[in-house]
Each structure stands twice: as structure tokens, then as C-alpha cells.
Design a protein. Structure first.
Length: 143
């Protein structure tokens, strides 16, 4: 099985939406085409897909935050997904490494993400990648 990790393209939107729906087991309300069009326009952002035999089996979408409450320019992993059939096979790790290499080559020193406290599988995944608690506390206000 030769998985290719490559930059995300607008044409990948439908396959990413399918993976997202397979993971959440709910109708997908996110317009991934719009998300990707925004991402592709900004050259400083980096997002990747994992492709096997021409089919997307995983994705990781990230962006650069140029300023924010006392931190330098940083990268943020916004979302990721791996087709349930391919979970546990290192696909997410390959995607993360591609993002880390890209941002490191641009001089960005820190990559952040946000995970629900009860998502033990995601917490474990990010911990294996070397993530640890940051100095931030996520805040939310319902509207």
C-alpha cells in the first residue's frame, strides 16, 4: 500500500466531506469546497491529503495565525480526518509530519490545535505527535 501525501486541492472537497461524514456518522453541514478555496488562496497556510490509488483516505487542514494574544506567528491544525477503514495505520501521523515540515521550512516554531477534553482518541493521537498542554485556555460563549 503506497500512500501519497500531497497538498490539498479544491477538487478534493467531495472526498473530504465523505470522510468527515463517515467519521461523524451525521450529515455533513460544512462546505468543504468553500473551506478549501479559502485555504488554497493563502500560500502561507498548509493542508494535506493522503491518497491511495487515486482516492483520498485522509486529510489535515491547518492555517497560520499571524497574531494572537501574546504569541508569535503560529500554525493551527483546524481539523483532520482519516477514513475509518484506514485508522490506526499511521495516515494521520504522515499528514502531521508533512505539515510540521512545511511550517518548519517557513520559520514557524509552534503548531497548536484544540481538542475536546473528552476526545481521548484525539488527545492520545496528538500526544504521540509530541503535543502537550499549552498556556491557553479555550473559552466559549454561546449565542
Amino acid at each position: 500500500m503506497e500512500v501519497i501525501i500531497r497538498k490539498l486541492k479544491i477538487e478534493d472537497a467531495d472526498q473530504i466531506s465523505r470522510i468527515y461524514g463517515d467519521i461523524t456518522q451525521k450529515p455533513v453541514k460544512i462546505d468543504f469546497k468553500n473551506v478549501i478555496e479559502h485555504d488554497v488562496v493563502r500560500a502561507e497556510d498548509s493542508s494535506f491529503v493522503a491518497e491511495l490509488n487515486g482516492k483520498i483516505i485522509g486529510f489535515m487542514i491547518s492555517y497560520v495565525l499571524n497574531l494572537g494574544f501574546g504569541i508569535e506567528k503560529s500554525a493551527w491544525i483546524a481539523t483532520l480526518g482519516v477514513s475509518p477503514k484506514f485508522m490506526g495505520q499511521g495516515i494521520g501521523e504522515q499528514l502531521a509530519k508533512a505539515i510540521f515540515q512545511f511550517y518548519q521550512s517557513t520559520g514557524i516554531k509552534d503548531v497548536y490545535t484544540s481538542v475536546r477534553w473528552d476526545s481521548t482518541d484525539l488527545l492520545s493521537f496528538f500526544k504521540t505527535l509530541g503535543f502537550d498542554r499549552s498556556n491557553f485556555i479555550n473559552l466559549c460563549k454561546g449565542l
